[in-house]
Every structure is written in structure tokens, then in C-alpha cells.
Write a new protein. Structure first.
Length: 520
């Protein structure tokens, strides 16, 4: 079992978004078979309040004893003050907290720390490091960089910031959403904006929620408005009063997830942080406001792509973002615009980002088990997905009845072996071997279509070779066919040291099969 530690903080200054997305990632890691622990500093009451309702094990770092004055040194990250202590102190205390049981993976979600912290803690613990970032505003020394914000070229974004070439997990495909978003009901489009939802983050930076509510009413919207916040909001009393003074306004606190909230309103208004991807996943038209520097890039990008509409509350010199009342009126009147936004948003995020990150880190723990008849529905869904059919010998859709009969026959056929690949409790793909002769088998395999690009195909193929070597008890040859144009399968077989190609591959599996795919 892999041991993963997540170092993250939450506070009035930081907000709750970093901690919330790490909790989503922790759930995915647990499902994928990892043991997960948090390391958190209680800078103020926010993090303890958020974590109080969870069962995750937490190592609490010492509370800062006095205000930390780091000055304005250009040598420090712009957000260095968020940590409450110097990076050297935090690195020492983090390493000491984990020294007796170093993790296999350390995940850092903290914009206060740069490559000096990364190197110090990783070297002290001898672990691999994933850094979650979207600011690209400091030096980074990581094995993996996770940036789930949208950008045309992430390598260019981080140019000059990287101390080593990392593995990249980038774009909204890796958005760290709660598991609830995967199967949550999506927004059902209505031509009329019947109600508006407002969520400006768990700590409501600057009391912005009340200002947005006021702007909606001053902009002429008289329908129902629901404002969501948390008990960690330091402006909660003022927000309660603002909602009470606004007829038709409801205040909702401390929801475990916001899936139903996002789905029940025809227009959502929020900051450009992690909740942006939650709104996209639910497929609801939305307005985005920039509340921090890292949001100033992604909100305009999404606006230009027609996924949300950027707005600002106040006139600011040099800022050409449209003012809030104008955008609000445009969207209320623009039925076609809102429908297009909803469709584009829903196509961008599917809710499986945290799962993809977990599987990318834990793919070398993949194991096989024999297929059972109970797997029929899952296998049928994978096999009939358009992306799988496009690279299959038979591209036609298969009825469930035909598939069910085929599977029953296959499980009772000598010389045929079917396996499900799993990472922890999560099925990720299927592999089949058909015996051609006493010393030769044919292999075919496919992944869950949503989990491509994570290194799982090669791991499944090599695990299948090991399983077949045990079954046959001797060296054997594997043959594989690849459909024209299936470059991903070609790369997979070549990384696993198969010969031939591009449409036909072979490999001799000897007494000690290859354990890891090569990385040419």
C-alpha cells in the first residue's frame, strides 16, 4: 500500500479552496488503495473548522506564536506570508512530523513555498513530490506538476520556473472535484433566468458575497437568489444582514458539496477559483469575478472561449473587463448565449480529475483479477464507447444481450483468459489472452475510455504477461494486432518492448518478464 501525505493549509487569507480540493484528491487516492494523511498548520480557526467534519488523520504543525514578518524580499514567493512562518521553519517541522514514517508521495498544495522548500523536504524524506500550482510565480522542483487551470501552453507558462523536467498533469481534465460531481444531476437549461446562485469561496474574501448580492439587485434582478457560504466566513454577520434585507434571498451554509446548488439555478456567479470547474462540470451558465492574482489569467481565457462571462464590480484603470450590471443584463436577456456557455462548460470538465491524478501516481500498484459475470455491465459500457469502437476490429455497437452471451461463453472456453485491471478498488481496464498454440497467445486490451494517458495500459499489459506466465508455467510468445492510426497502442506496445509494428507486434515473455514499461 502506497503512503501519501498531503501538505496543505487553509486560513482567512488562503481561503478553503486548497484544502477542499485536497480532500477530494484524498478520497480518490483512498479508493485507489493508498493510505492518506494530512499535514496542516492551524494558522487560524479555518482549517480546524473544515477538517473537524472529516475522518482524515491530520498531523498538526505548531501554531505560529507571533506574526511572521518576512518583509518584501524579492527572493520570496509573492504568497510567502500565507504560511505564517518562514519556509525554513515549515520545511523543518514538516520533515520532523513525517521523519519516522516517510511517505512514498508528498503532495504540496501551497503557494507560499518554492523550490527551496521542495528540495529540503523531499531530500529529508526521500520521497517523490507532486506540487499543485496554477500561479507559475516561483521556482518549482517537483517530480509531478499538477495545474488544473486551462492554458494554451503550460510549458510556456512555467518557462524559467522549473528546476527539473516534471511529469505534467495539466488542464481541466485533472480538476480536483469531489466524487459527488461524477454522477451528480446536471443543470437543465431554461430560457428564462428564474433564479441566481452566488458562491464566492468559503472565506468570502473581502466580504464580496454581499457586494455581489447588492449588485444583482441594483442591476434589476428581482427573482430568487441563493447565497452559499461557510461558518468559516469572517464576514458572516454582515452577509446574514445583507440577505435578510434582500427579499427573495436565501443564505445556505456549510454544504458538503454544491452539486445541487449549482444545478438548481439558471445563472451562477462566483470567483475564478476551484469552484469554476465545479460549475463547468454541472454545465450551468456562470459569471466569473477575479478575486486573486492567479484568477486573473484563467477567467479571461474562459471568457474568450465562451465558457463563462468575466465581470468586475468596480471601474479600474486599465481593466477592460465589462462591468457587472452590463454582463448581468446581457446574460439575463441572452438565451442563446447562456445555452452555448452551458454546453461548452459541460464539455470541459467531467468530474473525474481527482481520480486521474490518483491513478497517475499509483499506476504501478495495478493488479489483475479474473473477470466475473458481474462485470458484464462495466465491460459492455467500455467496449461500446465510441473511442474504443474506433480502434476495434469490429467498430459496431454491441447489444448488451449479445455481449452477455459472449462473456458467458468466453468464461467457459479453455485457452481463453479474461482479466479486470484494478488500482485499489477501482476497475480501470480489461485484458484478454487467447491461446494460439502451446507457446503462443494473442492479446487484446482496452481501458476505461476516460482514463487514457495515465500509464495504465502499459501496466495492465505487463501485469497480464506475469499472470500468463504463472498460468502457462513456461516461456511463451505474445502476438498483438493494432488498427491503423492507433498511435497510442503502438506507443504502448513499443514501451513494453514489443517488436514489429505498426500493425502487428510480438514479444517473447521469458522466465522473468519485464516489470516496468520502458520510457524511451
Amino acid at each position: 500500500m502506497q503512503y501519501v501525505v498531503i501538505r496543505v493549509d487553509a486560513s482567512t487569507a488562503i481561503g478553503t479552496g486548497h484544502l477542499k480540493r485536497c480532500l477530494s484528491l484524498a478520497e480518490a487516492l483512498k479508493t485507489a488503495g493508498a493510505q492518506v494523511q494530512f499535514v496542516v498548520r492551524a494558522i487560524d480557526a479555518v482549517a480546524p473548522q473544515v477538517l473537524h467534519a472529516t475522518d482524515w488523520p491530520v498531523r498538526w504543525l505548531p501554531v505560529p506564536t507571533s506574526p511572521c514578518d518576512l518583509g518584501a524580499s524579492p527572493d520570496l514567493p509573492p504568497c510567502a506570508g500565507w504560511a505564517g512562518v518562514s519556509w525554513e521553519q515549515d520545511a523543518r517541522e514538516t520533515a520532523a512530523a513525517l521523519g519516522e514514517h516517510p511517505p512514498d508521495w508528498l503532495i504540496l498544495d501551497h503557494y507560499a513555498f518554492d523550490a527551496r522548500w521542495h528540495r529540503s523536504v523531499r531530500n529529508a524524506l526521500g520521497c517523490k513530490l507532486l506540487v499543485i500550482d496554477d500561479t507559475a510565480d516561483r521556482a518549482i522542483d517537483a517530480d509531478v506538476v499538477l495545474d488544473h487551470n486551462w492554458h494554451a501552453n503550460h510549458r510556456q507558462k512555467y518557462q524559467g520556473r522549473l528546476q527539473r523536467e516534471p511529469r505534467w498533469l495539466v488542464g481541466p481534465r485533472y480538476a480536483l472535484l469531489s466524487p459527488a460531481y461524477r454522477d451528480a444531476p446536471r443543470y437543465v437549461f431554461h430560457a428564462e433566468v428564474r433564479s441566481i446562485g452566488i458562491f464566492m469561496g468559503g472565506t468570502d474574501l473581502g466580504g464580496i458575497s454581499a457586494k455581489v448580492l447588492s449588485a444583482c439587485r441594483q442591476g434589476g434582478f428581482t427573482g430568487e437568489i441563493e447565497v452559499v457560504s461557510t461558518s468559516a466566513n469572517p464576514h458572516l454577520n454582515e452577509l446574514r444582514a445583507a440577505c435578510a434585507d434582500s427579499p427573495g434571498t436565501q443564505l445556505t451554509l456549510d454544504q458538503p458539496d454544491l452539486t445541487s446548488f449549482f444545478a438548481r439555478h439558471d445563472l451562477q456567479i462566483g470567483a475564478g477559483g476551484g469552484a469554476t470547474w465545479e460549475r463547468c462540470c454541472i454545465g450551468v451558465p456562470s459569471m466569473g469575478l477575479v478575486l486573486s492574482a492567479n484568477q486573473s489569467v484563467v477567467v479571461p481565457l474562459l471568457d474568450r472561449a465562451g465558457i463563462l462571462r468575466a465581470a468586475r464590480l468596480n471601474s479600474t484603470a486599465g481593466d477592460d473587463t465589462p462591468l457587472f450590471p452590463w454582463v448581468l443584463r446581457e446574460l439575463i436577456q441572452g438565451t442563446k448565449t447562456r445555452r452555448q456557455m452551458a454546453d461548452r462548460a459541460a464539455a470541459l470538465v467531467d468530474g473525474r480529475g481527482a481520480q486521474r491524478v490518483a491513478l497517475s501516481l499509483l499506476n504501478d500498484t495495478l493488479q489483475l483479477r479474473p473477470v466475473r459475470m458481474e462485470d458484464a455491465t462495466l465491460l459492455h459500457a467500455w467496449r461500446n464507447h465510441p473511442s474504443v469502437r474506433a480502434v476495434s476490429g469490429n467498430p459496431d455497437a454491441i447489444t448488451f444481450e449479445d455481449h452477455h452471451r459472449w462473456l458467458q461463453h468466453a468464461l467457459n472456453t479453455d485457452g481463453r483468459w479474461l482479466f479486470i485491471a484494478q488500482v485499489g478498488a477501482l476497475p480501470v481496464g480489461s485484458i484478454r489472452f487467447d491461446q494460439l498454440s502451446s507457446q503462443e497467445v494473442d492479446v487484446s486490451l482496452y481501458l476505461d475510455p476516460d482514463l487514457s494517458g495515465l500509464g495504465l495500459g502499459a501496466r495492465m499489459l505487463l501485469a497480464g504477461e506475469l499472470a500468463m506466465h504463472r498460468n502457462l508455467g513456461a516461456d511463451f510468445r505474445v502476438a498483438a494486432s493494432v488498427m491503423p492510426g492507433n498511435a497510442a497502442s503502438q506507443r504502448m506496445f513499443e514501451s513494453c518492448r514489443y517488436h514489429g509494428g505498426p500493425l502487428s507486434y510480438q514479444k517473447l515473455v521469458a522466465t522473468q518478464p519485464t516489470v516496468n514499461p520502458s520510457r524511451p
